[in-house]
Ligand binder design. Sequence first.
Ligand code: BES
Ligand code: MN
Ligand code: ZN
Length: 487
Amino acid sequence: MTELTPISFTQTDLDAIATHTGRIAVFVSPDADLTGAAAAVDRLTGGAVARMMAGDGFKKLKPGDGMTLTYPGAMAAEAVEIFVAPGSVVEQRKAGGTIGKGRGKADVVIFADDAATAAQVAYGAALRDYAFEDHKTGGTPAGGQITVMTSSPSDAEAAAAPLLAVAEGTFMTRDLVNAPANVLTTTAFADQLAEMSALGLKVEVLEEDELAKLGMRTLLSVGQGSDSPSKVVVMRWEGGTEGAAPLALVGKGVVFDTGGISLKPAAGMEDMTMDMGGAGVVSGVMRALALRKAKANVVGLVGLVENMPSGNATRPGDVVASMKGDTVEVINTDAEGRLVLCDVMWYAQERFKPAGMIDLATLTGAIIIGLGHENAGVFSNDDDFCTAFLDAAKAEDEGAWRMPLGKAYDDMLKSRVADMKNVGGRPAGSITAAQFLQRFVKDGTPWIHLDIAGVASLKSETPLAPKGATGWGVAALNRLVANRYEG
Ligand code: BES
Ligand code: MN
Ligand code: ZN
């Protein structure tokens, strides 16, 4: 797993400004006199900070943005980054992100004032300081460290600890989503989750024979064309009141989606290595909760399959029975995610009687047409639960937008030969996919479906992530757990 760059919090030592040989980051308030670390840099550089701040470029910067002074005179550092003091948490993290991105392999010293700012800047730096180099020969080994200097290092460290647990969970999600499908097979995925028992999670791997006994025929129908065995992994974190109903998180884990017999076009098919993104987020959240010892009961379930064409693959027109008992006419073998989720969701409710259930899936291309890469699609049968999630996502600056459900959409799933078909046609493709899932939600189970096809992996970088897997949702779900299920 990609490791976080080591971060330590120490008492502010202004002497380090002259002697530190790596990079330095300081914050300034454009309208106030220079103080502390920024004033010291200014003195050592013969007024360079003040001149930079007087320039037009600097005046255009927003809080949390910065400019870099390279090889500053009379300092040992290779660069000093000067940031407009961030106000909000999002701005603090963005400044951290810039530091994390610019770091390279150098040691960084960040001069932050209060403990809360120090923790958020550290979190932003940790998140952006990520590179997926598992498969680069001679990829430069990680190096360097981040030191955050503050007036109250122990408070900063305490504030940062749960955030860095989320960063570790996010790294796990990114590593899983970035991994190629010949490496992250269903077996490799399950093995990696089983290792999380070392963190205090109770992990079970259900194999094909057990899944067959449970009646998960729709899930098994997706994986039957692949040489990789289908699996369901159950991860339980029991940090809350004993016996209290858990929150259930359910993830789509299609390690590769060729479309099956309804084969996808060749162009861009390689992107379907990320079709286990829902399972990746569930795994990362469970890791974060375990690392920070969350005082909540949360169960994570992932359906791990590979959707391949073969002589044994499901055909269009096949009818399969779900664990619930309802039958599905498979019109399009490329609408496979819902066939995986419906069985795992049913199993989650039967076994755990959850207080709430959230499924995550890279489910439809249509959600990208609707919302682009800015927002995940949010579908829910419960306004209160849904609002709690949307609030958590907003606080974490993770885009999420609620979409409608309704009977007319559900009617589009009617089948001539079975209880339903697995596609509803081109119109409202993301909504009919959600309607399909809702048929497997019991009355009285508050439920949210998150279609993350547009946000799980990006072709461009963001303030807190390089190109590729984002880890979208780990922070929002962690916060939802903290807000709604702890304390
Ligand atoms: N995994 C895809 C959805 C997807 C598309 C994820 C683009 C990420 C990026 C899903 O299994 C799929 O193929 N959906 C079909 C559904 C259709 C056949 C009803 C789609 O969106 O085209
Ligand atoms: Mn598909
Ligand atoms: Zn898929």
